[in-house]
Design a protein around this ligand. Sequence first.
Ligand SMILES: N[C@@H](CCC[C@H](N)C(=O)O)C(=O)O
Length: 280
Amino acid sequence: MRFVKGHGTENDFVILPDPDGVLDLTAEAVARLCDRRAGIGADGVLRVVRTKSAERATGHEGDPAWFDPAWFDAEWFMDYRNADGGIAEMCGNGMRVFARYLVDAGLAAPGEWDVATRAGLRRVTLGASGDVSVDMGLPEILGDGEASLAGATFQGRRVSVGNPHLACRVDEPVAALDLSRAPGFDPALFPDGVNVEFFRTVGDRHVEMRVYERGSGETRSCGTGTVAVAAAAALGTTGTSEWTVDVPGGRVTVTLDGETAHLRGPAVLVAEGETRPGWI
Ligand SMILES: N[C@@H](CCC[C@H](N)C(=O)O)C(=O)O
């Protein structure tokens, strides 16, 4: 099985080129690929599938409830999986890396085009090299929520960025938090689980953040999480604002304009290869 390895602010992915959607990508196979000791190691898998093959690739052939015909506006579908093999609707850092892979592999030209995801179409903008920008859609603030961590309780905002987030503002430096265990949350509010962010204001429209991701544990960055945090931090303000979000793996920029959010940041491909026959 051919693979490419890449990362966006150190949120890392195994990219599996599978244009015709023929790989039998089970949850177990994803977990083995992502295993950091016995596998390649990654926070998630990005399967690169032509949109016309997405229904078959994801086991939804002939299921009109699953597939939105609007997705055909995009040539490529990002089939995202978390490190535990679970499915997520969207991945912001993954989208940047996915787009960079397509251009690098000659499967798309630099410029501006849509990619289909389970959360709908996402428009990417990129050159032949450098940062990638993603139109992430309008983050939806759904109300308040609460996370618990190491015996303490944190108030937060529930935010949908296509996938679920709980963005909690903290006063202490985020480096001081103990994220060795999953934060607690109310499963009635998040029946499908949640990605939990902790953020602190460090300057004017400048925050630092750490995240514990659903299905992957603590990661060094989460693109949808940075958008959720910017939306939570910007609550009560109006107009366009540009947010700098520092994560353990680097820095991204989130621009909010009341209609959508743009995520801009690096996307780096680091290696490519082939798994040994029979391993997966
Ligand atoms: N790291 C991603 C988000 C990946 C999905 C997430 N773990 C979920 O289950 O919703 C990002 O960059 O957005």
